[in-house]
Ligand binder design. Structure first.
Ligand SMILES: [Zn+2]
Length: 203
């Protein structure tokens, strides 16, 4: 017996390490997943590896709204059925999924890819604000809906955007207070989100 050897073979250790880097996956879950994959048919493991790689290869950001997409412009920006006078501002692409799931919003989106956070060193130039202003300039947009998260960073970002956008003569609204403080949009349920959208108020 050799005590210097890790109980896992090296390739398993590597997989555990990589899985452990994923959000929400602790060392124990990483180990469980690694052993699951080890037992799974090779074909399934191949499909998973391939799905990961094709996301990296084929997904880009829409050049208009910065949503993740496999075609540019994205389906929402290309669609004839969307209301081009409304743009909903969100922090992350996943937030679009949550809002689309409610089926009540028919306008366009703009993904900031973050929120202003001085404590984490995220400034106004680190998220897609400049692109938003360029996009609004001379556009038919008459309402911008601020749907950033209801935590400190999201509120700061909303206030900052309000100051920038309202002088352009565009109505700026914020999702209603139905969302409890600290809510990340992506995890809000449909009923709460629908209420927040319908009850949005001008800032
Ligand atoms: Zn788009």
């Amino acid at each position: 017996m050799n005590d210097n050897l890790s109980p896992n073979a090296e390739p398993i250790n590597r997989l555990v390490q990589e899985l452990n880097k994923l959000p929400g996956i602790g060392p124990k879950s990483a180990q469980r997943l690694a052993y699951y994959l080890l037992r799974a048919p090779e074909e399934n493991a191949g499909l998973l590896a391939d799905a990961i790689m094709s996301v990296k290869r084929e997904i880009t950001l829409c050049s208009i709204c910065f949503n993740v997409t496999d075609s540019n412009p994205c389906r929402i920006c290309r669609s004839d059925e969307r209301d081009r006078t409304k743009v909903c501002i969100v922090e992350q692409p996943q937030d679009i999924l949550a809002l689309e799931h409610t089926r009540i919003y028919k306008g366009l989106y703009h993904v900031l890819h973050g929120a202003i956070s001085p404590t984490e060193g995220v400034g106004t130039e680190d998220i897609r604000i400049k692109e938003l202003l360029e996009r609004l300039n001379g556009s038919p947009v008459d309402e911008v809906i601020l749907a950033t998260n209801t935590n400190l960073e999201g509120e700061q970002t909303a206030l900052y955007l309000h100051r920038l956008i309202s002088p352009l003569g565009i109505k700026v609204t914020r999702l209603a207070r139905g969302l409890p403080f600290g809510t990340e949009l992506e995890y809000a349920d449909d009923v709460t989100l629908t209420r927040a959208l319908e009850g949005r108020q001008e800032l």
